[in-house]
Design a protein around this ligand. Structure first.
Ligand code: ATP
Ligand code: LTN
Length: 331
C-alpha cells in the first residue's frame, strides 16, 4: 500500500488549470490505484502567505473541498482535510525550516518570480513556504505527490530536505516521488500563452474557472489569443495559443494531440474553438451541478470532520516520534 498526498491553496477560484493539472489527475490515480491511500488537503496556511480577505478565504476553502468531491473523488477512500486544522503541519514546518538553507529557498522560482515582478510586500512566510510544503508531505510519509509542472522544484526541495534529515537523524521520512501528468501539466493563460493559467491572474479573460457558466466558458475560448497562421497544427513555439488550446482539448477528453490535429486539420480556428468550448461545457456542467448539491450539505462537513480526525491521528504520532528524534522536550 502506498500513500498519495496533495494539496491546493484556496487563493482564488479554482481554474481549469487546477482541474486538468491536479484534480483530474488525482481522481484518475484513485481509479487506477485501488489499494492505495489518498490524503488531500486544502492548504489554507499557504494561502495566507499573501493577503486574503477572511470570509473569502473561508468560503474558498469549502469550495475546493466540494469541488474535489464533485469532480469524482471517492469520499470513502480519501482523507480530505483542512491544513490549519492539523497543527502538526506548522510544528513540522518549523523543524524543517531548520533543515533548509537560505540559498535553497532563494533559488525557488515561485518566490523569485514575485521578486522579479517587483512586489514589495513579500512576507517571510512566502519565503519559507517550501519548508511548510515539505512538512505537508513528509508528515504523512507520502510515497507519491501528484502536482502540476510548476511544483516540481518545490517537490525536489522536499526530497532534499527529507534526505538531509534522514542522513543526520537516521532514517525517518519517506522520500516522496512527484507524479506529473504527461498532458495538462501546464495549462497556459488564454490571453498570454507564455504564462501559466493562474487563479490569481489580473485578467479574468485569461482563465476559465470551474464556476464559469456555459456562455462565459464559450466566450473565453472564442476570444483566446491565437495567431495569424490560421492552420490547425501543434507548434508550441510558433503557435503557442493554439498549442495550449490543443493541450486543453487533449487533457479534457483524454485524446492524443495528434488525433485532434488530424480531426480538425481541414477546418478553421473558429470551428475548433466552438467545439472546444462545448467540450469544456460538457465537462464542467455536471461537476458544477454536483458542487451545488454538496456545498451546503451536512455530508461535506462530515467528510471534513472525518478527514481531520484521521489526519490528526497520523500527524500526532509522527510528530511525537519526530520530536524525540530531534531531541526536543523531555521524552
Ligand atoms: P496561483 O495560480 O494562485 O499561483 P495555483 O493554482 O498555482 O495558484 P494551487 O492552487 O496550490 O496553486 O495549485 C494546485 C495544483 O494545481 C498544483 O498541483 C498545481 O501544480 C496545479 N496547477 C496550478 N495551475 C496549473 C496550470 N496552469 N496547469 C496545470 N496545473 C496547474
Ligand atoms: N505549493 C502548492 C500547494 C501545496 C501542495 C502541498 C501541493 C501546498 N502544500 C503539498 C502538493 C503537496 C502550490 O502552490 N500549488
Amino acid at each position: 500500500m502506498k500513500r498519495i498526498v496533495s494539496g491546493i491553496k484556496p487563493t482564488g477560484s479554482l481554474t481549469l488549470g487546477n482541474y486538468l493539472g491536479a484534480i483530474k489527475q488525482f481522481v484518475k490515480l484513485q481509479e487506477e490505484r485501488e489499494n492505495d491511500e489518498f490524503y488531500l488537503f486544502i492548504a489554507d496556511l499557504h494561502a495566507i502567505t499573501t493577503r486574503q480577505i477572511p470570509h473569502e478565504l473561508r468560503k474558498r476553502t469549502l469550495d475546493i473541498a466540494a469541488m474535489y468531491i464533485a469532480s469524482g473523488l471517492d469520499k470513502e477512500r480519501t482523507t480530505m482535510f483542512i491544513q490549519s486544522e492539523i497543527p502538526q503541519h506548522v510544528e513540522l514546518g518549523y523543524i524543517l525550516q531548520s533543515n533548509v538553507y537560505m540559498g535553497e529557498l532563494e533559488r525557488m522560482t515561485q518566490y523569485k518570480d514575485k521578486i522579479v515582478k517587483g512586489e514589495d510586500s513579500i512576507t517571510s512566510s512566502l519565503f519559507t513556504y517550501p519548508a511548510l510544503m515539505a512538512a505537508d508531505i513528509l508528515l504523512y510519509d507520502a510515497d507519491y505527490v501528484p502536482v502540476g509542472e510548476d511544483q516540481k522544484q518545490h517537490l525536489e526541495l522536499s526530497r532534499d530536505i527529507a534526505k538531509r534529515f534522514n542522513h543526520y537523524y537516521s532514517d525517518f521520512f519517506t522520500v516522496p516521488e512527484p507524479i506529473i501528468p504527461s498532458v495538462g501539466a501546464r495549462i497556459m493563460d488564454l490571453q498570454d500563452p507564455t504564462k501559466k493559467m493562474s487563479k490569481s491572474a489580473d485578467n479574468p479573460k485569461g482563465y476559465i474557472t470551474m464556476f464559469d457558466e456555459a456562455n462565459i466558458i464559450k466566450k473565453k475560448i472564442k476570444s483566446a489569443k491565437t495567431d495569424s497562421i490560421g492552420i490547425i497544427n501543434y507548434d508550441p513555439i510558433k503557435q503557442p495559443g493554439l498549442a495550449n488550446l490543443l493541450n486543453i482539448y487533449a487533457s479534457a477528453t483524454d485524446k492524443k494531440v495528434e488525433d485532434i490535429v488530424s480531426q480538425y486539420k481541414d477546418t478553421d480556428y473558429k470551428t475548433f474553438k466552438e467545439d472546444l468550448g462545448q467540450v469544456l461545457v460538457d465537462l464542467l456542467t455536471p461537476i458544477q451541478e454536483k458542487y451545488q448539491e454538496l456545498i451546503k450539505s451536512k455530508l461535506l462537513q462530515e467528510i471534513l470532520d472525518q478527514g481531520r480526525d484521521r489526519a490528526l491521528d497520523y500527524a500526532f504520532k509522527k510528530m511525537r516520534k519526530c520530536k524525540k528524534k530531534v531531541g526536543l522536550g523531555r521524552k
